[in-house]
Write a protein that binds this ligand. Structure first.
Ligand SMILES: Nc1ncnc2c1ncn2[C@@H]1O[C@H](COP(=O)(O)OP(=O)(O)OP(=O)(O)O)[C@@H](O)[C@H]1O
Length: 270
């Protein structure tokens, strides 16, 4: 069984592995490294969140893990093989959706499929399948400006999933959305993760979101950027935000930050 309780049929349990990662941005020499000897492993099918104060290096780590930025030292392995550049088996999803304004919802989902050499009909069929998964097939002809924020993020999610990645890297994808939409999308994400056997690494400021979604939460601190605490969330999904154990995990994360002196509690609550 893997971390989500599903049977694993693959030989390597670990999908993603970062070892001894260091990074300092050029022009920033002499400053504290943004990543300082960061190591982590993510199992197949696992949902891992990176939580930490602004500027501690979460996005940088996410970019390095996807092969979109190079570490100065250290190595990233995906499925056991070292990453030398952007990983074709990984996709990244951002807060800003990244939709092309002149393309319909369907056209935006098809976008990621265009380089794959599929026939037009196969491409359309696959794009519509993923739009259906995020419950937007009836909006497929609409342009991004005709969609709500939550719908735009669902189109972006459908586009990311349509290329059938093994690894989904998400950088605060729901941060701009209202609470109701965010909760709804969190549930949809968990459902899609289960259906598509996805491995997810999520960057979030939202402790509630991290506890609700994650199998493991990695707490980061800056100056220099490192992972200081790892917390497995041993609660069955779907989770109940009002439950005592849920609140206890939330409290443990808040306390971990207070202990490291990274700022007031309010900064990390929704
Ligand atoms: N392209 C870049 N060039 C130079 N410095 C950068 C670059 N990207 C990030 N940094 C610096 O690296 C540090 C970490 O940034 P990063 O975006 O990884 O942090 P973060 O934890 O994701 O922050 P936030 O939560 O505010 O998004 C910051 O000090 C930032 O100014």
């Amino acid at each position: 069984m893997d971390a989500t309780g599903r049977k694993s049929t693959v030989a390597h349990k670990t999908l993603l592995e970062g070892s001894g990662l260091w990074k300092t941005y050029s022009g920033n020499e002499g400053a504290e490294p943004v990543l300082s000897n960061v190591s982590l492993q993510v199992e197949r099918g696992e949902f891992v969140s990176l939580v930490g104060p602004s500027g501690c290096g979460k996005s940088t780590l996410l970019h390095v893990l996807g092969g979109f930025a190079r570490p100065d030292r250290g190595e990233v392995r995906l499925g056991g093989a070292p990453l030398a550049g952007p990983a074709s088996r990984a996709v990244m999803l951002f807060q800003e959706y990244g939709l092309l304004p002149w393309r319909s919802a369907l056209g935006n989902v098809e976008l990621g499929l265009e380089p794959l050499g599929m026939s037009v009909s196969d491409r359309r069929e696959r794009a519509r399948y993923y739009l259906q998964l995020v419950q937007l097939d009836d909006k497929r002809a609409l342009l991004p400006h005709q969609l709500s924020g939550g719908m735009k993020q669902r189109v972006a999610l459908a586009r990311a999933l349509a290329v059938r990645p093994e690894l989904l890297l998400m950088d605060e994808p729901f941060a701009a959305l209202d609470t109701f939409t965010r909760y709804h999308l969190q549930d949809q994400l968990l459902e899609l993760q289960r259906k598509e056997a996805l491995t997810v690494v999520l960057v979030t400021h939202d402790i509630d979101e991290a506890v609700y979604l994650s199998d493991r939460v990695l707490l980061m601190e800056g100056g220099p950027g490192r992972i200081h605490t790892e917390l497995a969330i041993a609660l069955a999904k779907p989770r109940d935000r009002g439950q005592r154990d849920f609140q206890a995990y939330r409290k443990r994360i808040l306390e971990a930050f207070r202990l490291t002196g990274n700022g007031p509690e309010e900064e990390f609550t929704i």
